[in-house]
Design a protein around this ligand. Structure first.
Ligand SMILES: Nc1nc2c(ncn2[C@@H]2O[C@H](COP(=O)(O)OP(=O)(O)OP(=O)(O)O)[C@@H](O)[C@H]2O)c(=O)[nH]1
Ligand SMILES: [Mg+2]
Length: 303
C-alpha cells in the first residue's frame, strides 16, 4: 500500500536516438507490444518522427522514434530525414541513445553523440542486440567509454524483447516529478485520435507497411528511390479494397520493382496484404501499381 502512495503518476516525453539500423523502431515496437513503426536492415528505414503514447499504472510516456542520422548525405530525402531527430530532442525529458553493440563503432556514431551532448534531458545509453553480440560480434568494449556521459546504462534485445520491462521501469524512475500538464494533455489528445492503434483507417500506416515490404524485397539503392502512396481504402463488406502506388524515380528502378514476369511486385504486394489481413482480421484485396515520379522527394520535403 505504502508503495502505491509513494509512486506518483508521471507523464513524460522520451526520444529514441541512434545511428541508422541500431534497432530504434524495433525497440519502440517491443515497448508498445505492437507494431507501430516499420523496420528493416536498410539504413534510414524510418523517414519521419513517429510519436506514440505508452501507458501503464505508473503513468504515460510519449515516445518518439526518430530516423537514424547519417554523417554525409547528398540526396534530397537523406538531407530531409537527417533534420528529423534534432527537431524532436528539444522537448525531451529523457533521451535514449540506442547502440548496436554487435557492430564495430565508427565515426557514424559521432553525430548522434553530438546531439545527445547538446540535450539538457536525462540520458540513458541503451546497448541493443545483446542476442547477436556474441564472440567476435561482441563490440561492447568499443562503446564502454561513452557511459560516463550518461545517467544510466541498460542492455536489451529489442527483437527478443529482453529487458524491455526493465527499460520501461528505469524510464519511469528517471522521469522528473515536475508539472507535466502539457505532456499529459498531448498524450490524451493523441490517445483520443486512436494512437497507437493505427490501423486500416490510416492511409499513412498502410503506405508504411507496403514500404517496409519493398525495403525487404529490394536491394542496394532501389528502396531509397521508393515512396508509397495509398489512394483509397474501401470497405466492400466481404473485403477491404486498397489501391496504392509505389513511386520510383527512374525506369530502371521501376523494372527492378516489378521484376521478371511481375515476380517482385507480387512478392511485395502479397506480404503487405498478409500483414494487413493479420492486423485487421479482414480479407484484403490490394491493387498495387508501380509508377515513375521523379519529383516525389521534392513534394515530400514541402509537406
Ligand atoms: N539480432 C537483433 N537484431 C535486431 C535487434 N533490434 C533490431 N534488430 C534488427 O536490426 C535491423 C534494424 O532495425 P530497425 O528497428 O529498423 O533500426 P532503426 O534504428 O529503427 O533504423 P533506422 O530507422 O534506419 O534509423 C532490423 O533488421 C531489425 O530486425 C535486436 O535486438 N537483435
Ligand atoms: Mg527506424
Amino acid at each position: 500500500m505504502k508503495k502505491i502512495i509513494e509512486n506518483k503518476i508521471k507523464f513524460g516525453r522520451v526520444v529514441i536516438l541512434g545511428r541508422p539500423n541500431t534497432g530504434k523502431s524495433t525497440l519502440l515496437n517491443a515497448i508498445m507490444s505492437q507494431k507501430v513503426a516499420i523496420t528493416s536492415p536498410m539504413a534510414q528505414t524510418t523517414r519521419k518522427n513517429t510519436r506514440v503514447v505508452f501507458e501503464n499504472e505508473n503513468g504515460k510516456i510519449i515516445f518518439s522514434d526518430t530516423p537514424g542520422i547519417i554523417n554525409k548525405v547528398s540526396d534530397l530525402i537523406g538531407k530531409r530525414v537527417n533534420t528529423e531527430a534534432p527537431k524532436e530532442v528539444g522537448r525531451a525529458d529523457i533521451v535514449l541513445c540506442v547502440l548496436d553493440i554487435s557492430r564495430p563503432k565508427n565515426e557514424e556514431e559521432n553525430k548522434v553523440i553530438g546531439l545527445v551532448r547538446k540535450s539538457k534531458a536525462k540520458k540513458i545509453l541503451v546497448y541493443n542486440k545483446i542476442d547477436q553480440a556474441i564472440g567476435s560480434k561482441d563490440h561492447l568494449a568499443e562503446y564502454n567509454y561513452l557511459e560516463e556521459e550518461f545517467d544510466k546504462v541498460i542492455s536489451v534485445s529489442a527483437i527478443k524483447e529482453k529487458n524491455i520491462k526493465g527499460l520501461i521501469n528505469l524510464i519511469f524512475e528517471m522521469l522528473p516529478e515536475k508539472d507535466s500538464k502539457s505532456t499529459e494533455e498531448d498524450a490524451e489528445i493523441m490517445q483520443a485520435k486512436g494512437k497507437p492503434v493505427i490501423g486500416l483507417n490510416s492511409k499513412d500506416y498502410i503506405a508504411e507497411i507496403i514500404r517496409e515490404k519493398a525495403y525487404l524485397f529490394l536491394r542496394k539503392e532501389v528502396p531509397y528511390s521508393v515512396n508509397v502512396e495509398v489512394d483509397s481504402v474501401v470497405d466492400k463488406k466481404k473485403l477491404i479494397l486498397i489501391k496504392a502506388r509505389i513511386l520510383t524515380t527512374a525506369d530502371r528502378y521501376k523494372k527492378m520493382i516489378i521484376g521478371v514476369g511481375g515476380k517482385k511486385i507480387k512478392e511485395i504486394g502479397y506480404n503487405a496484404r498478409k500483414e494487413l489481413e493479420l492486423m485487421s482480421s479482414r480479407k484484403i484485396f490490394l491493387e498495387l501499381l508501380v509508377e515513375i515520379d521523379k519529383h516525389w522527394a521534392e513534394r515530400d520535403i514541402e509537406r
